[in-house]
Design a protein around this ligand. Structure first.
Ligand SMILES: C[S@@+](CC[C@H](N)C(=O)[O-])C[C@H]1O[C@@H](n2cnc3c(N)ncnc32)[C@H](O)[C@@H]1O
Length: 352
């Protein structure tokens, strides 16, 4: 046995625990308001931060030490500060680069580990509702910054004819709409159009209803897709699916229904995780591949196996080649990649 290889493997394995603990501390930092309090860049002692947030100093101090050790906070003497660049990622919920939301449902995501040994035996996974109401909030917060800031001003203008159609007034469907952030953004910008969200997660539908009330928009309706599926009568000029086809138990069936639901001159806009056809390519080309496969076991693949016979695509299971084959099989004529930069997603325009 090679002793150096043992040391190297030990470093790799122990390093993952470093990441796990730091992720849990980021979750707490987001939840306790530490990053928002530190976002002004002023150095603070643990006493100052604790007093500001009415918290216990000893607990705050240990959290600050962890964040300094992890390289997230800068520290000098007994003072800690958040650099502007890091504050953007962890405290500014309305910036497209905000990452804090990704840690929002970490407790719920990790908690399902308790149920997964059974899934490994039976093959049957868990739907998104297994994460509970907080899980739906967490999923929503992960995707919302991009949808809120860039979907309407940057992405839609890249899709030929879509802004004009939406401004004129058409029917729009978002399938797998989650908490409805994408639809609500579009509905606010295009009051002449009518927007319909289809979703199977009851917790996500509750969030969507709450988000609609808070936004005060009238031209959006959310549907429980199990009871009111997407109508297959060619009424929609614009259909969207954001990060959800790979989560579905029957993506091929849903793609066929979208083909039947969309007008012949309509357009389907897809956001899907950037994936490659092989494990080797995913590992070589995606530095986050280990995290992605983990998320797949905890949520995406699990969801796509949550019914008997589920497709089980998972987080990295829907690369462009496979997606193109699937949409063409369902009768769409073309799939083109849309030139939008995103750390995780690729974007496609699909035409009947
Ligand atoms: C990762 S979330 C994305 C949610 C949303 N599009 C967003 O960007 O926030 C995937 C969603 O797809 C939903 N989903 C899975 N299968 C579905 C189906 N057959 N029809 C509608 N929604 C589905 C899940 O319940 C989950 O809310």
């Amino acid at each position: 046995m090679d002793a150096d290889r043992v040391k190297e493997a030990a470093r790799t394995i122990a390093g993952t625990l470093n990441g796990t603990m730091t992720a849990a501390m980021i979750h707490l930092g987001d939840r306790m308001g530490f990053y928002r309090a530190l976002a002004d860049g002023s150095p603070r002692s643990s006493r100052q931060l604790a007093d500001e947030l009415s918290l216990d100093e000893r607990w705050v101090r240990e959290w600050l030490h962890q964040q300094a050790a992890a390289g997230i906070l800068q520290h000098e003497g007994g003072s800690f500060c958040l650099e502007e660049e890091t504050a953007l990622l962890l405290s500014d919920e309305n910036h497209p680069a905000f990452l804090g939301g990704m840690f929002g449902h970490l407790p719920q995501q990790i908690a399902v580990v308790e149920k997964l040994p059974e899934a490994f035996r039976t093959g049957l996974g868990l739907p998104y509702d297994a994460f509970g109401p907080e899980g739906a909030v967490g999923v929503e917060r992960g995707f919302a910054p991009w949808l809120r800031t860039l979907l309407v001003p940057m992405a839609l203008p890249r899709l030929p004819g879509v802004v004009e159609a939406l401004a004129g007034g058409v029917e729009v469907a978002d399938v797998g709409c989650g908490g409805g952030v994408a639809l609500l953004e579009m509905a606010k910008a295009f009051p002449n159009s009518r927007f319909h969200g289809f979703e199977i997660s009851l917790h996500a539908l509750e969030r969507a209803a709450q988000n609609r009330r808070e936004a005060g928009v009238e031209n959006v309706t959310f549907h429980d897709a199990r009871r009111n599926p997407l109508p297959d009568d060619g009424r929609y000029a614009f259909v969207t699916t954001f990060d959800c086809l790979h989560d579905m138990t029957d993506p091929a069936g849903v793609i066929e229904t979208i083909r039947a639901a969309i007008r012949d001159d309509g357009l389907w806009f897809i956001a899907e995780v950037k994936a490659h056809p092989t494990l080797q390519e995913n590992v070589e080309r995606n530095p986050m591949a280990a995290m992605m496969y983990g998320v797949s076991v905890l949520s995406c693949m699990s969801s796509s196996l949550s019914e008997p016979g589920g497709a089980g695509l998972g987080t990295l299971g829907l690369d462009a080649t496979r997606l193109e084959a699937m949409v063409k099989r369902a009768g769409f004529s073309s799939l083109e990649e849309v030139d939008l930069r995103h750390p995780v997603n690729a974007f496609y325009a699909v035409r009947p």
